[in-house]
Write a protein that binds this ligand. Sequence first.
Ligand code: UTP
Length: 302
Amino acid sequence: MGVSKDYRPVRKAIFPVAGLGSRFLPATKASPKEMMPVVDKPLIQYAVEEAVKAGITEMIFVTGRTKRAIADHFDKAYELEHQLEKSGKTQLLKIAREVVPKGVSFTYIRQTEALGLGHAVLTAAHLIGEEPFAVLLADDLISPQASALGQLIKQYELFGNSIIAVQSVPSPEISAYGVISGPKHADRLFLLDNIVEKPKFEDAPSDKGVTGRYIFTPPILDKLRVLQPGAGGEYQLTDAIQALLSQERVFAYEFEGVRYDCGSKMGLLRANIELGLEHPETSRDLHKYLKAKVLPESQDPK
Ligand code: UTP
């Protein structure tokens, strides 16, 4: 299996961050869902770091009202840096500076109305041109060491086709996802023959749920341009992917790594606990705390 003749490197990524985040009200009334922290980093920073690691150099944010904090986060913080420098807090200064990756550009574009994920991606179409591009949904946090986008890009380099991340969701929860079906093409790789948004559990064409990482070839933009509203009255990216299937191959890749649905309260709590158990500053105390809180004394192995 060699590199596809159509292969062009993926350098651009769209981060749609214009959703209302209503499941997190009141936290999201005046500040973006994507700025909510997991341990000590906002969700959007995990996604940007994943993209940088995968070789992305152009970050495109589709933002909405209340999202200015995201642009501020990826900007130089002169006053903060000056204060930290003056007080000799060099480690914290390093952390503040490292938020802005080197050799990477940031562009912000407004989606004036939250009309759906498909509409959000289309809002950035003029910044994409004739190149393949990635889409990352920051509220789907994937264990950072997994480099989920890097896994997709490796597959893209083999085939040169659009490819979407999926994971197995063997429960009624699948009806909250886009769901794919199609034959196995290689290890963890499926050739799509169908994709539906939020099917009923009994109608789901498989147990493979779409997760917030995608690589697209430019023809997806033409499909988005003629898209009609779908499930929930929103312009659904899923429907554009379904339309793309009639024109070219699309793959789904069952990535390795744990995904936390940080668009939901339970997902965000789980991510904080699991990443907190791995974080060098919190690991020991959190272990101790959870053991004391969760295990009744009689079950304590000590
Ligand atoms: P969600 O389906 O999680 O919607 O969007 P939401 O509005 O953010 O959250 P709830 O359901 O009201 O709690 C998935 C991703 O698509 C983006 C969101 O910001 C999120 O990253 N999105 C969604 C947009 O950028 N624009 C939209 O119109 C809709």
